[in-house]
Design a protein around this ligand. Sequence first.
Ligand code: FEO
Length: 388
Amino acid sequence: MKDVKISDSVVYIGVDDKTIDLFESQYVVENGISYNSYVILDEKTAVMDTADARFTDEWLLNLKTALDGRKPDYLVVQHVEPDHSGSIARFLSEYPDAQIVGNAKTFVMIKQFFHNAQLDGRCVTVKEGDTLALGSHTLQFIMAPMVHWPEVMVTYEQSEKLLFSADGFGKFGALDTEEDWACEARRYYFNIVGKYGAQVQALLKKAAALEIKMILPLHGPLLKENLEYYIGKYDIWSSYQPEDKGILIAFASIHGNTAAAARKLAAMLEEKGAEKVVVSDISRSDMAEVIEDAFRYDRTIFMSSSYDGGVFPIMEDLLCHLKAKSFRNRKIGIVENGSWAPSAGKVIKGYAEGFKDVTIAEPIVTIRSSLDPESEQALEKLAEEMCR
Ligand code: FEO
């Protein structure tokens, strides 16, 4: 276990997962992921969440070591998604005297996931603002529905001013990974929590009323200083404001002609002074990263081949993801390619018109098989419009 110091009374007992192939069966995590868990040692002891079932033995050993002969009095379940709840049933049978703390929704879900969990007479149901005294430490529960699931709550420890933030402020990457926080926290945020900006904003408002010295999330590093930076990023992300000025060109090309047009357009944009241009071949890129970039920058240009009377499937996949994540408040450019009946533009425009608060730049450019002087001129006009 990575040695992570919090305080004399609060001990990290999480695990690093470096063998997972895809997080949530969909996200590439080159540097793995951590399932953070904590134990608070006071007159009473409280365990904050568990770990994925693949790591139950390691997590229970970490817990036993931290307890040093004591027994856990409470297990606080902030989130029932299996990456955190996977060891609950084993915990309950190993420690039959421990009580489990959650809200009404927590226990419904625990019973759904773990039919044989020994819950009878052991459930402590809390609601917004309730507190649980452990001795000199007091836990205050704050409901955070849909930050990521409906049963999610976060916990504020009043004496040390710690915010146990559940999935909030999480990041991909095992704890021993040295990498930029924002890069992998942003990819995590938009792909996992992105749809629920309003709920994250509601949680940030509640958090603003608290004095917070440390943020202890369920994934990624514990945030101990410069908390305004992290909270500021979450405020931008959850309000769907672009974080940076720049243009993402997301292209789907079958034989390379749309790709060549994308590179040409990137050069035009740079020549016209675009602050930043990112070109993604979405057939070969990590989709989660393309989504991250679409939210990061204030403009996106979708360029795609036509296919079967519609749009090339990987482009539709991207557009579906963006729709699901409530993509909005951006300027959008559209370029289609088609050799006999170009149809990609209509599909892309249909999605774009469904996004909130977007401007679709004119012209929508049609390429017939490959760039020619006429379509190149239209690209030039689009580049001008995107840089305006
Ligand atoms: Fe890390 Fe929503 O679970």
